[in-house]
Design a protein around this ligand. Sequence first.
Ligand code: HEC
Length: 172
Amino acid sequence: MQPHISFAGWRVALALRRLIAGVSIGATLLLVAGGPSFTSAQEKKPAVTATNSAGNAASARGKYIVTEVAKCGNCHTPRTSNGELDYHRWLAGGPVPYLPAQPGQDWPLLCPRIGGLPPASDAQMITLLTTGIWTTGKPLRSPMPEFHMTRADAEAVLSYLKSVRSGHNPTE
Ligand code: HEC
């Protein structure tokens, strides 16, 4: 067994040395490539940070309204076979999870996808969330609530909806 162990040890040492060499070459290349743009990136930094933090604050409030207050996900997220929200397909659209109390009502079958690219223009989305009126000039069908949010809240919700990427899980 002895020769075999030392052979394995030698292989590991060789692999490590190769790894270290690779990393240091990579770091040198990165430094060279990143060098010229480093100063200009530093100069631009304050403006970029200001926009991002304003955007992030709106988006964080939007997430709070969507997940904790208006509960958009209860309808606009599909469910797993045991009836729980499928957080891996957050706001990706799905069948309406409720039945109408009165038969014969014009009841929609689908809650459309609302995460990611919005289904209407920014102005139309804000109108929906502040007045309850959709692009048709009328409210959407029940059970979609007619929201009367403040403009700031509607903008925060829209900002959050746009930030939702495929596979985004709001509980993580
Ligand atoms: C109780 C269920 C329910 C909740 C909660 C809900 N929706 Fe809806 N939503 C619907 C249904 C059902 C429709 C489809 C209505 C129709 O077809 O007339 C809809 C439609 C929409 C549409 C139109 C999309 C399109 O492509 O036509 C938007 C936008 C929308 N909802 C956004 C939201 C947002 C944002 C929230 C949370 C702030 C929310 N909804 C909460 C059920 C819901």
